[in-house]
Design a protein around this ligand. Structure first.
Ligand code: SD4
Length: 321
């Protein structure tokens, strides 16, 4: 297990271009509210948008929606929204969910042609009696609510898919390019928690495959009394343990966010001792006091924290292996 924790400090000018980040080594701190945390390096750019809302005493729900829209709309991010890598049939299918402080939640799965699935998920939450819409039904609902139909397969992603087709082997690579699903959790100035999670899922999956990210309790869970959690990595393993719900329930039983994330990862190892060595799963958690937890199966899981005392900083979590 790692003893030191890597951290990268981002100046606001650098936030525009992540290629030129410098690495600084330091210790992680607990945060005071408001605070926003999100998965992977691209979480830092997303945090900037969320922070614009949180720093003006805005609602955490609005902050997480605005935050995760950043990678969703970025064609260069090949694991979320526009430009996401397609399934093995060449179709970009998106999964997303959102949850607020009242346990309201909404989700979409296997949604095609819409750049911001998180906003469709929010509409499902606010405008329907349902929680989850999938496939054509989700698209129909999105179009009826004014979302524009677009082609999400960029020439770059199409090229990668065509290259993959030559061997057509489904072997997800641990931490590929170090950016995957974005899961974001925020605690606002009114002490309310919300979360959002959005992804194009595992690249080259079977058409119709849905991961953990749009499943409330798996990819995301918020309990405003206790805390919130989100996950990234191989969704099948997260679903098997109801990962984010498990993390929140462990916090309810008195574990710190860090201990809760560690125990959830240990549960995966216990279930899959062999397979767990070959894949990545990471959890992020935040409790009502602004304490943060992060833990992953493998090294390389990074996350970004923004709070009054942590100026949008990327950390690397500890890991089991
Ligand atoms: C999924 N959890 O679809 C997502 C993908 C991901 O790191 O986060 N990959 O299973």
């Amino acid at each position: 297990m790692k003893t030191s924790r890597r951290k990268f400090i981002l100046s606001s000018s650098l936030l525009a271009s992540f290629g030129s980040l410098s690495k600084i080594f330091a210790q992680e701190k607990t945060s005071t509210k408001p605070v926003v945390i999100s998965t992977w390096n691209f979480g830092a750019a997303a945090n900037v948008e969320a922070w614009k809302i949180l720093s003006k005493d805005g609602r955490s729900l609005d902050a997480v929606e605005a935050g995760v829209q950043v990678p969703e709309g970025d064609p260069k991010e090949t694991s979320v929204g526009l430009g996401g890598l397609p399934d093995r049939d060449g179709r970009v299918t998106l999964d997303a969910c959102i949850m607020d402080e009242f346990s309201n939640c909404g989700a979409v799965a296997c949604l095609e042609h819409i750049v911001h699935p998180i906003s469709v998920a929010r509409k499902v939450m606010e405008k329907t009696p349902h929680v989850l819409l999938v496939g054509d039904g989700a698209l129909q609902f999105a179009l009826a609510n004014g979302f524009k139909k677009e082609n999400l397969l960029t020439p770059e992603s199409e090229k990668i898919w065509k290259e993959w087709l030559k061997k057509a082997e489904y072997k997800p690579i641990v931490n590929i390019e170090n950016h995957d699903t974005i899961g974001m959790i925020a605690l606002d100035a009114s002490q309310n928690l919300s979360g959002a999670c959005t992804t194009s899922g595992m690249a080259f999956k079977l058409h119709g495959r849905v991961g953990d990210s749009p499943i409330i309790g798996a990819g995301l869970f918020v309990d405003n009394e206790i805390g919130a959690a989100t996950s990234t990595g191989v969704g099948e393993e997260v679903i098997r343990i109801c990962g984010s719900h498990l993390v929140v329930e462990l916090m309810r039983q008195g574990r710190s966010p860090q201990q809760a994330c560690e125990q959830a990862v240990q549960r995966i190892v216990k279930n899959q001792p062999g397979k767990s060595k070959e894949m990545q799963v990471g959890f992020l958690a935040l409790n009502k006091n602004g304490e943060i937890g992060a833990y992953a199966l493998q090294k390389g899981f990074t996350y970004a924290v923004y709070s009054p005392e942590v100026p949008n900083t990327i950390f690397e979590s500890k890991s089991y292996y």
